[in-house]
Ligand binder design. Sequence first.
Ligand code: SF4
Length: 484
Amino acid sequence: MAKFLPPDAFSAQGDALTLLPFNFERIGSSNDYLVANLVGDFVRLTQAELNKLVDLQLQPGDGLYERAYAAHLVTREGQQSQRQLLALRLRSRMSFLRQVTPLHIFVVTLRCEHSCPYCQVSRQSTDRSRFDMSEETAQRSLDVAFQSHSPRIKIEFQGGEPLLNFPLIKTIISAARAKSSTTNKAVDFVIASNLALLDDEILAFCKQNDVLISTSLDGPADLHNKNRPRPGGNSYELAVNGLRRAKEVLGPDRVGALMTTTEASLDRVDDIIDEYLKLELDGIFLRPLSPFGFAIKTKQYHRYDIEKWLAFYENGLRRIIEINRSGKPFREFYAALILSRMMSDRPIGYVDLRSPAGIGIGALVYNYDGSVFASDEGRMLAEAGDNTFRLGHVNKDDYRSLIMSDRLIDTISSSLTQCAPECSSCVFEPHCGADPVYHHATQGDALGIKPLSAFCARQKGVMRLLLRMLEAPSDAAILRSWAT
Ligand code: SF4
């Protein structure tokens, strides 16, 4: 009669257990630790469990061994499958690098009829047409954009207020369409506008050419008009009318809005979210102020610290969860972005939140005068006299010389989170990003000292909040739905 072998005949033999790369941090003042593997899968371990893991005091059948194996924290020496799986997942997560420079930002004018004190660019008054991009510069910029290797590129028109130079936008779109058909490179268009100058002719053109519209909406009328002054004090009325008309003509999914948190917004998060609901927008991006342009000159940036913004953000996120619980789908887009990174291996190359940083290899910016910058924030610094992120000029450079410039390569390679002090041992690193322009602007160093960085504090604050919320099953179900 056949006999079964004893249980130990089925246990792993031979090769010794070994650790795979992971980072960890203590959860609050508890004795528990958050542990993340190479691709950012989280597990929670007690201090005793973490000690056992680090000392490799694990045995098949003790529960911890199985958890550590499933979370890719340990493997057997000589066993390739765990390492291969991690390598495959990492390759998938980083595959945004195959799309080199998909985004090209054209600053068609620096003129603007608004005078927002937090403006990140150093806008000029409307009558100074020397701040408009010329047709020749636009043509050269298009030549560079079409030299990028990405099979699909997006051209985004910015300013100032780009609609003040709408004739040039029309010229660029028509020339880009012609280039698209001869080069077989697909091209999408976005206009980032305050919508004050939107009219039927512009909308008809956008409809005909499949142009997306992105605008700014800071909340209800009193708050928006306070944040965004213009002659007549009617920025809100024009933005809302424009938004409604654009949704009607282009379709609801062809128009988006962005808000900026000022000091006056901090105790108004419910009002701001209600405004977005009233306009039937499908979500909101609760954005802090950035340390560039007029936001620095007018001292707006220093009016609140990151702790105040995090409290504002948490209140907003909890309110949005309640809205979803009542049956109305509505997302906070920054949380959705981070959750997608936590819960999938999809390549998410959001230019401000990736490592290698998205400067240049994620986006290029063609300024009105032909200067080319590695990011929009980089050109904002240049308007204030700091040319660190100026890569060249469309009259002298081509795509290759811009992307291969020592200045760009040095900055990207010196700011990698994968090997930066603090970041390389941070439990949130797989879901975070390098932001060399921010750290240069605030600390004078592209890498930055992360314990002193408000960017780092925001990242940690948002991710810790999301992980806490994911522990409540009813919140988790809603948050998980945003990640898909
Ligand atoms: S910036 Fe901060 S949160 Fe992001 S990886 Fe570095 S240390 Fe971690």
